[in-house]
Write a protein that binds this ligand. Sequence first.
Ligand SMILES: Nc1nc2c(c(=O)[nH]1)N[C@H]1C(S)=C(S)[C@@H](COP(=O)(O)O)O[C@H]1N2
Ligand SMILES: [Mo]
Length: 424
Amino acid sequence: MTLRERATGWLRDRWPLRPERWRSPLRGPWLTAVFGLVLLVTLPIVVATGLLSYMAYGPQFGQAIPGDVGWLRLPVFDWPTHPAWLYQLTQGLHVGLGLVLVPVVLAKLWSVLPRLFAWPPVRSVKHLLERLSVLLLVGSILFEIGTGLLNIQYDYVFGFSFYTAHYYGAWVFIAALAAHLVIKFPALVAALKSRSLRTELRTSRADTQQEPQDGGLVATTPTKPTISRRGALGMVAGGSALVGVLTVGQTVGWLRPLALLVPRGLDPGDGPNGFPVNRTAAAAGITASDIGPMWTLQLAGATRVALDRARLAALPQHTATLPVACVEGWSTTQEWTGVRLRDLARLAGVDEPTAARVRSCERDGGFNSAMLQGNQVLDPDALLALRVNGADLSPDHGYPARVIVPALPGVHNTKWVRSIEFLA
Ligand SMILES: Nc1nc2c(c(=O)[nH]1)N[C@H]1C(S)=C(S)[C@@H](COP(=O)(O)O)O[C@H]1N2
Ligand SMILES: [Mo]
């Protein structure tokens, strides 16, 4: 034996994660491929809806984050106003599906642990490249899950912009996933064909046998199975179902008591204004005098107009049932009444606005202004709402007046509106 062989042999025997340590008889290419197939079908939906959310924020106005993404720029289009639940659907899918898939991602990682910690870590240049792509893949998905989870819990522990990090992290993940697919697709197909799902779902623990040795995933010194493959798949599916049940209440109102993961409390109170509040008037620094009897709405366009609340309430009113759909995944659909934005544009002398800038009474902070596209101003259901569910807006929901536009990301439905400037 050469010195080199002896040295690597010595290291290998002392490597705490050496192959003999992974002893589950369930690990094997087929099980890994089943988890892989589930993720292959679903993760692209999470990625696509995430990128759509970026588009919905209005990158053409520089109000999507990060603002300048260089050659990663996506095609610019006006985010539609129909169907009104479009952003509720895309963002609900992004956050909801992202959460539901966490158990599957963890199971997939568990299934390939022996390979992640294989010894020697690198055998050839090709092997090195393959391992680098896996490192980026695993690193980026854990990063996206971690930042996403922290964000929906409003826990900005990290010292960087969530949006910027989550956006670039997504592109690392997209690139690594593409490379992984090119490398692994033939193995995925072969592994899926190697066993029948139906048979596995009928196999008890006592009858559970290892997959044939593959020189990687399948244990060389297996223990007896403590669970069948059917049981393992059921456990992962059950974990996903549990997360799903704890999540749907974010959108489906009557299931809200089950939404244990929502950070803003389970009970938004009752009455016409009894629905979730993202930022309260107090948290936004809105004072009683900001929204008291002296409040007026300032309109600007071809002319300037100031309207107090009584004059606004005397204008033709329109009612529409529309969701507030927050980027953090929760949404709530209510019946809003107020003045059409296009009527206000006309009052300001702009019949065909190409955009509008809405400002709130807040002194500073990221939420005190939002740009709307022309189609978002002109939609017949786009409102400056004064009332919700038949009652005046509460201060927390934006009294004296708030914007509510179909399919608009929640954050741009500005509350406590002070001024609207219509651009021609
Ligand atoms: N002026 C102002 N408008 C705002 C906000 C804010 O903080 N300030 N929060 C936005 C966000 S992020 C969301 S999701 C919705 C929530 O509306 P709600 O609190 O009435 O449910 O309001 C939006 N409008
Ligand atoms: Mo939001």
